[in-house]
Ligand binder design. Structure first.
Ligand code: HEC
Ligand code: HEC
Ligand code: HEC
Ligand code: HEC
Ligand code: HEC
Ligand code: HEC
Ligand code: HEC
Ligand code: HEC
Length: 248
């Protein structure tokens, strides 16, 4: 093809360029939103559109007007920096109508683990736990008030949790023996009992330390012949160790 003196390849090139320009304009008209570029490199209409959305968060001051007790407790706790709605979800509708629209009450462990599950990337010193070994059976709120999560005081006495055994022992012939004479107990047992169980005596010889004829215990401690007393059974087959005179 040749138009006057213009060479054919130039004409073809011009046709391709014009066609591309038309396609480009059509595509732009189809896909670029109308108000794009009016006030900068974005869609100007987005500003009124967002402003028109209903407000979902009420903000912490609003909550404190009715729940001043919770707000006050939280204000002096480790969780003072957290917002109410960070845990309870957006609650503007609840502020409008407190009885009809109640916020979520996150009772599962997951809601706490979001922030407290161990992750190497968290800041040094941020309190973290390992979910599978930190009291895995119980909901967190069973021990930590979510609004004042200070860890519960760790009980010092075995009797705080083993009341029945301690009472039984206290009126038995073994009243004078410390629990730890027979149970080597890791400190962690008091904080997280099932994950750190104490030891229990495993063999007859353990009782023989005091009750063998040759033992170096006080003379008043009754002795038995370890070789044949009770056969080969463990002593606690017949004597409950926390109340040994009640043998069967
Ligand atoms: C106008 C007073 C008022 C305001 C403001 C208010 N609440 Fe409440 N809230 C209530 C009342 C009343 C109830 C008890 C509703 C019921 O038991 O039927 C309640 C209950 C709750 C409950 C317990 C829901 C349940 O199922 O047990 C939570 C959680 C709660 N509010 C969180 C918030 C949060 C978070 C805010 C701030 C965004 C807030 N409230 C603001 C009055 C208010
Ligand atoms: C760290 C997360 C968290 C934050 C922050 C938090 N809450 Fe809660 N809130 C909970 C959990 C979890 C429960 C349920 C407790 C339970 O199961 O015993 C709860 C229970 C409640 C209840 C039910 C009644 C009660 O006292 O048990 C109200 C009301 C409430 N929260 C209000 C608030 C308000 C108001 C704020 C902000 C001042 C707030 N919460 C901040 C987690 C949180
Ligand atoms: C949005 C993040 C967030 C959520 C969700 C959260 N916490 Fe916390 N928690 C924190 C922050 C922040 C601190 C304060 C850390 C500090 O003082 O360095 C804290 C502190 C604590 C502490 C104090 C630890 C110590 O002895 O230093 C405990 C316990 C705790 N949270 C338990 C909980 C429990 C239980 C829940 C669920 C009901 C929960 N947290 C949910 C952020 C969170
Ligand atoms: C049976 C009671 C119990 C339950 C359930 C429990 N905790 Fe604890 N928590 C403790 C005790 C006691 C301590 C303090 C001793 C310790 O550090 O282990 C503690 C300590 C913590 C600490 C501080 C750790 C640190 O290094 O400072 C965090 C954070 C914590 N708990 C979060 C949680 C979360 C999250 C849950 C639920 C997933 C939870 N706890 C469930 C009893 C409990
Ligand atoms: C915070 C509560 C708590 C305290 C304090 C506590 N324990 Fe425990 N202990 C438990 C729980 C829970 C178990 C598990 C019971 C079960 O599995 O049925 C347990 C189990 C045991 C067991 C049985 C271990 C096994 O293998 O069956 C022994 C022994 C024991 N505790 C001794 C002690 C002694 C000794 C002390 C004091 C030095 C003590 N405990 C303090 C809660 C506690
Ligand atoms: C004279 C040694 C001795 C003393 C002292 C003693 N125990 Fe034990 N305890 C044992 C033996 C042995 C067993 C294992 C019994 C069995 O396997 O049937 C045991 C078992 C237990 C168990 C497992 C559950 C059960 O009843 O069998 C618990 C919990 C326990 N002891 C707690 C305690 C506590 C708490 C104290 C202190 C108040 C204490 N013991 C003092 C020897 C002792
Ligand atoms: C640390 C020393 C010690 C150990 C270990 C010990 N006992 Fe004793 N036992 C005593 C003392 C002290 C008495 C009480 C003596 C008295 O009544 O004056 C006693 C009394 C007894 C009695 C006598 C009750 C009666 O009818 O007079 C029996 C049975 C007994 N223990 C069984 C056991 C068994 C079983 C074990 C192992 C689980 C055990 N003892 C471990 C110190 C010990
Ligand atoms: C098969 C059951 C059985 C077993 C196992 C057993 N005993 Fe006995 N034990 C008895 C009976 C029954 C008596 C009371 C009658 C007697 O004095 O022989 C007794 C009495 C005792 C007495 C009191 C003795 C006195 O003079 O008052 C002691 C101490 C004792 N046993 C310790 C032990 C020890 C330590 C073991 C483990 C090495 C053990 N027993 C295993 C059944 C048993």
């Amino acid at each position: 093809m040749r138009v006057g003196k213009i060479p054919g390849q130039v004409v073809r090139l011009a046709i391709v360029l014009i066609a591309s320009l038309v396609v480009l304009l059509l595509v732009r008209a189809r896909f670029v939103p109308e108000s794009f570029g009016e006030t900068g490199h974005y869609r100007a209409d987005v500003v009124p559109a967002i402003a028109a959305q209903p407000i979902r968060y009420a903000g912490m001051q609003a909550c404190a007007e009715c729940h001043d007790d919770v707000a006050e407790v939280k204000a002096s706790s480790y969780h003072r920096g957290l917002t109410c709605e960070g845990c309870h979800g957006a609650a503007a509708d609840h502020v409008e109508d407190p009885v009809e629209a109640t916020p979520a009450v996150p009772s599962g462990r997951e809601s706490c683990l979001r922030c407290h599950e161990y992750l190497g990337a968290r800041p040094t010193g941020f309190p973290q736990i390992i979910e599978t070994i930190h009291n895995p059976m119980e909901p967190c709120a069973g021990c930590h008030d979510p609004h004042e999560p200070t860890p519960p005081a760790v009980p010092g006495e075995c009797s705080a949790c083993h009341r029945a055994i301690a009472s039984t022992k206290s009126v038995s012939h073994h009243w004078s023996l410390d629990c730890e004479t027979c149970h080597l107990t890791p400190q962690k047992h008091r904080e997280n009992p099932r994950a750190h169980l104490p030891e229990k005596p495993v063999a007859r010889e353990f009782c023989g330390r005091c009750h063998d004829r040759a033992a170096e215990s006080a003379a008043t401690v009754p002795r038995v012949d370890m070789a044949d007393h009770g056969g080969r059974y463990p002593c606690w087959q017949c004597h409950y160790p926390h109340d040994p005179e009640g043998h069967s």
